[in-house]
Design a protein around this ligand. Structure first.
Ligand code: ATP
Ligand code: MG
Length: 406
């Protein structure tokens, strides 16, 4: 048995996985995002500092272990902290715009359900060096284009908010603490703890009573400073100009601490409580807090398992040619033809042999469109029988015409 919450991607379905990956990379590349690969294992401290105490990921979901020298390591639970670590480590110039993307496995210890795994995969983009709300808009446009345009997922909803910056968020936090203190006894244990360390988190609590109370909490919108408020308004303008429909949701916060200004989520109603397909936002302080120069940044991550469940992409496979030999000397001639044709096109050789009938049955099973058949008669005449499996037609051709026939 595989480890709970960790699944195989079987050969019958891996084409879809590959297709999602390549559509993601293709679209990201068109917007200028270059692929970065970082290790799956990092120092645990990176995530604790980056994602923050009091978040579900750091408090409950990390896969932690010590290596043989006692180094405290973690399987990465998300991609942004690693990207920032790499950005800082390799001293990228924070005055310039850098656009990166990634695709790979992430690990979180949570209760497995449809669309929620312990090993899951994220595709993500990050951009460093620019605070312009037009860049936030670009990333939301790319996210939407992928979901709707590339993966054919209809009826997605974009939720948007600004959670302010270190200049204005404290005002909101004080107001939240004041508000939630009144419900002290009714909040879950977690949220009561959050009151002291991270009151914004309460807005994201999935416990029913907590989310009921949170509905009437003071909206962060009223506490935004001039700069955050202007940023948010411009972002909304850019999106409206592109006819992108979104919902301005003043209670939206994210499960990670590093966000500033823009946060957003793109959701679906087709996967129960696993409704978020893409989530992200701006994290202008993370680079500095992980030891780099002050550098604004923004990004998002998409859950590939959820895309996999919902996407209707088709497998446009190329034609398969199936090689059938009816005796041993023909097999030797035909195998040479197969081995050279397979360098250029989709070919299968029937190694099991046997009667024509049984080989044709296997050709059907393999989804072959064309069979190239050789028995004693064909071999002696330097010919091949080409059978079109769909039209049920067949013709005899000379071996040296084989290349053109295909
Ligand atoms: P959720 O609210 O569903 O737990 P999240 O807020 O923890 O999501 P992020 O950390 O922002 O999610 O990750 C971005 C995306 O990664 C999510 O929108 C989702 O599509 C996907 N994702 C997150 N956790 C999992 C998981 N355990 N299994 C599969 N996909 C996941
Ligand atoms: Mg989560």
């Amino acid at each position: 048995m595989s480890v709970k919450g960790m699944a195989d991607i079987l050969p019958e379905e891996s084409w879809k996985w590959e297709k999602i990956r390549s559509l993601f990379l293709e679209n990201a590349r068109r917007f200028g995002y270059k692929l970065i690969e970082t290790p799956i294992v990092e120092h645990a401290d990176l995530f604790i500092r980056g994602i923050g105490d009091g978040t579900d990921i750091v408090d409950k979901q990390m896969y932690l272990f010590n290596d043989k020298k006692g180094k405290h390591l973690a399987l990465r639970p998300e991609g942004t902290a690693s990207a920032v670590r790499s950005f800082v480590e390799h001293k990228y110039n924070s005055e310039l715009l850098h656009k990166w993307c990634y695709f790979g496995p992430m690990y979180r210890y949570e209760r497995p359900q449809k669309g929620r795994m312990r090993q899951f995969h994220q595709a993500g983009i990050e951009a460093f060096g620019v605070d312009d709300p037009a860049l936030d808009a670009e990333q939301i446009i790319l996210a939407r284009e992928l979901l709707v345009g590339s993966f054919g997922i209809e009826s997605v909803k974009i939720l948007l908010n600004s959670i302010g910056c270190p200049a204005c968020r404290p005002g909101w936090q004080v107001a939240l603490v004041d508000y939630f203190r009144r419900y002290d006894r009714e909040l879950c244990d977690n949220c009561r703890r959050r009151l002291d360390i991270n009151p914004l988190r309460i807005l994201d609590c999935k416990v029913q009573r907590c989310s009921e109370i949170a509905k009437d909490a003071p909206a962060g919108r009223n506490y935004l400073c001039g700069s955050c408020s202007a940023h948010h308004n411009k972002l909304k303008q850019y999106l409206s100009d592109m006819n992108i429909v979104f919902e301005d949701d003043p209670m939206l916060v994210r499960g990670l601490d590093y966000y500033t200004k823009t946060v957003f989520e793109i959701t679906t109603d087709k996967l129960g409580s696993q409704s978020a397909l893409i989530a992200g936002g701006r994290y202008n302080d993370l680079v500095k807090s992980l030891g780099g120069k002050d550098s604004p940044a923004t990004g998002w991550a998409m859950g590939i398992e959820r895309i996999f469940l919902l996407s209707d992409i088709k497998n446009a496979s190329e034609k398969t040619v199936y090689f059938i030999a009816l005796d041993e000397p023909s097999k030797i001639v035909l195998f040479k033809l197969f081995a050279s044709a397979a360098k250029r096109r989709n070919c299968r050789f029937d190694y099991k042999g046997g009667s024509l009938k049984s080989q044709l049955r296997r050709a059907n099973g393999a989804g072959a469109q064309i069979c190239a058949i050789m028995g004693e008669n064909e071999r002696i005449a330097d010919t091949l029988l080409i059978k079109d499996m769909k039209n049920k037609t067949q013709k005899l051709i000379k071996i040296d015409e084989f290349g053109e026939t295909l």
